[in-house]
Design a protein around this ligand. Structure first.
Ligand code: SAM
Length: 355
């Protein structure tokens, strides 16, 4: 994919596009309100023939005024069609209502990022996640994740899981091909992936590494799934270079983890992986690199997700361009042995060995 090397819009399209950007937050809230108030659902149920504004107001219980302003905004946004007073839904409206990826992205944008993104400019100027204050007084979102309001936490988890869930078991086939006996799952979060490892292979010894708050969350989930005897825990903050990793495992797994760190922090964590891993072991990294996506829509979603890291998560990380990331891996003393694209919806799996 190389769609970023020329300006593909005519002057007229550029004017329209600039207005989309100028009204971006309004456009977003209109679509979300139409979804939440049942207006898109009513439009879809009206089929191609469509429904009158009155009918939609009666059906949804929203005032005529409310339906009118949303429908009119929806016309300009390409969500709504109008023919002789009858309103119907477009394909885009159908996706806003029914597409799981679109819904997870919208909820993540609203529940986690919307308020905080107001402070994006401050975040860029200071290198700090200036929007995180809307949730609490933490240095990074990860310290506060287990204490975030339920709705925000759920939308965060849904977002995180959407992009990694469908990468399994395909991603594991690339790990178990080399028959590791022990594995570190770094940044294991809820314990979901450690549990998948445990179920995939009954003999492998698993250690999950994460911050203390997440380890507590994971311990509970793992106990509820009856897998406590299979998984050990190592609570640590890897931002501190003095915090070493448990040694001697013959595989290290990190999925959607290193994107939580800056360039220098990634090198520091990988250097500690280098120290900790068995001499002939492999490090596996699963990341959604925006430059390795098949579709422009996927690259777009990842490029915009980077700003969540800037303003909410930690102020200094992102969804990486693989060209930038690969240099960091090599700087830490690793050689990239395999690059496997098209894992699940958007992931790439890297296999590294010590140089
Ligand atoms: C985006 S989640 C990845 C979850 C999981 N690996 C997956 O693929 O779905 C990142 C994880 O890294 C952990 N993490 C972030 N900063 C950390 C730090 N400084 N030390 C240890 N773990 C950290 C977070 O707590 C979180 O569980």
């Amino acid at each position: 994919m190389n769609s970023f090397n020329k300006d593909q819009r005519s002057a007229r399209e550029a004017i329209e596009y600039a207005q989309w950007i100028a009204f971006g937050p309004v456009v977003f809230q209109v679509a979300r309100s139409m979804r939440n108030l049942g207006i898109i659902d009513a439009l879809i149920k009206g089929g191609r023939k469509g429904k009158t504004l009155d009918d939609i107001a009666k059906e949804t219980g929203v005032s005529e005024y409310g339906v009118r302003v949303l429908l009119e905004a929806g016309l300009g946004m390409g969500l709504v069609l109008e023919n002789e007073g009858l309103y119907s839904a477009t394909k885009t409206a159908y996706l806003i209502e029914n597409d799981p990826m679109t819904n997870v992205n919208m909820d993540f944008t609203h529940d986690v990022n919307y308020e905080g993104t107001y402070y994006l400019e401050d975040a860029i100027r200071t290198g700090k996640p200036a929007g995180l204050k809307v949730f609490g007084d933490w240095a990074t979102v990860y310290e506060g994740l287990s204490q975030m309001p339920d709705k925000a936490k759920q939308s965060w988890l849904n977002f995180d899981h959407l992009y990694s869930d469908d990468a399994f078991p395909e991603a594991f086939d690339h790990v178990f091909k080399y028959q590791p006996k022990s594995i570190l799952d770094i940044g294991g979060n809820t314990g979901k992936i450690s549990m998948k490892f445990a179920k995939y292979n009954p003999d492998i010894q698993i250690t999950m590494v994460d911050l203390p708050g997440q380890i507590e969350m994971a311990k509970k989930n793992i106990a509820e799934n009856g897998l406590s005897d299979r998984i050990q825990f190592h609570a640590t903050n890897l931002l501190d270079p003095a915090n070493k990793l448990p040694e001697g495992r013959d595989a290290i797994w990190m999925s959607q983890f290193l994107d939580c760190f800056s360039d220098d922090e990634i090198v520091s964590i990988l250097e500690r992986c280098h120290e900790a891993i068995a001499e002939d072991g492999y490090v596996y990294i699963m990341e959604p690199f925006w430059d390795r996506q098949q579709l422009e829509a996927s690259a777009f979603a990842l490029q915009q997700t980077s700003l969540y890291f800037t303003v909410i998560a930690n102020g200094n990380s992102q969804m990486y361009d693989s060209k930038v990331f690969f240099k960091l891996v090599e700087k830490a003393g690793f050689e990239i042995v395999d690059v496997i694209d098209k894992i699940g919806m958007c992931q790439t799996v890297l296999r590294l060995k010590k140089k």
